[in-house]
Design a protein around this ligand. Structure first.
Ligand SMILES: O=C(CO)COP(=O)(O)O
Length: 246
């Protein structure tokens, strides 16, 4: 089970490192067999988080990645460098990047491919824009997944991918999507035959919180937290949820 959080742009650098130190220390104290935790801080905090997370099992990722590997791309951060410093994950196509920063399906596909080229695991974020029935959500997400992986598929790129199912209407909301909705969509995304065989895990995000994972555990491979992981104790409660699933 993957248990991860993106800290988005909420914390200061100091709070990010403190959060990571606290969670890493907790992880060193107890064994959580079968649970793979990760944290995704802002770019400048990544090296300090990697240091704070050392030998704790807490993996570190990036919230975005360049489509190109190197060159005249001012302001961009390459997958090559993220891999070089020890990142494991990069997000591609988070709803906020799609809505606020013009990240199109083509850009998401190029980013997912860039990540795979460098041995990083892309966390490809998909989700329907409006609340509706699961069948329409499934169609929407499968289209987004196909589009996001078309470049990597055409290049026969190996590696692992994570699909984060995050209904846009459930991000930043008071409540996560309903359990039946999450279960229906995540099972369908898991069961859909991939265009190319590679390890693929499906996780749920969108106002996720402690207590949710056990209700959806047989349909997902993990959970992706936002605001409800801001207290290290809440993140630890979700780690305990995951560990209790055996
Ligand atoms: O977007 C999310 C994780 O990537 C979810 O954020 P919230 O849990 O704060 O809604």
């Amino acid at each position: 089970m993957l248990v991860g959080t993106s800290l988005k742009m909420y914390f200061t650098h100091a709070r990010t490192v403190e959060w990571t130190r606290t969670v890493a220390a907790g992880l060193r104290e107890r064994s959580l067999d079968g649970v793979e935790p990760f944290v995704i801080p802002q770019f400048p905090s990544i090296p300090a988080c990697l240091e704070a997370a050392r030998s704790s099992g807490l993996a570190v990722g990036a919230q975005d990645v360049a489509t190109h590997d190197a060159g005249a791309f001012t302001g961009e951060v390459s997958a090559a460098v993220l891999a070089e410093i020890g990142c494991r994950y990069v997000e591609a196509g988070h709803a906020e990047r799609r809505a606020l920063f013009g990240e199109t399906d083509d850009i998401v596909a190029a980013k997912a491919d860039a990540a795979l080229r460098h041995g990083l695991t892309p966390i490809v974020c998909v989700g329907e824009p409006d609340r509706g029935d699961p069948a329409r959500a499934i169609d929407h997400c499968l289209d987004q997944i196909r589009a996001a992986l078309c470049v990597a598929d055409a290049a026969d790129r190996d590696g692992e991918i994570v699909i984060a199912y995050e209904p846009v209407w459930a991000i930043g909301a008071p409540e996560p999507a309903g359990v039946d909705h999450i279960r229906a969509v995540c099972s369908a995304l898991r069961d859909a035959p991939p265009a190319r065989p590679r390890r693929r895990r499906v996780i749920y995000g969108g106002s996720a919180r402690p207590g949710l994972l056990p209700l959806i555990a047989d349909t997902v491979d993990g959970i992706f937290l936002g605001r409800n992981a801001h207290e290290p104790s809440a993140f630890e409660a979700v780690l305990d949820d995951a560990a209790s699933l055996g």
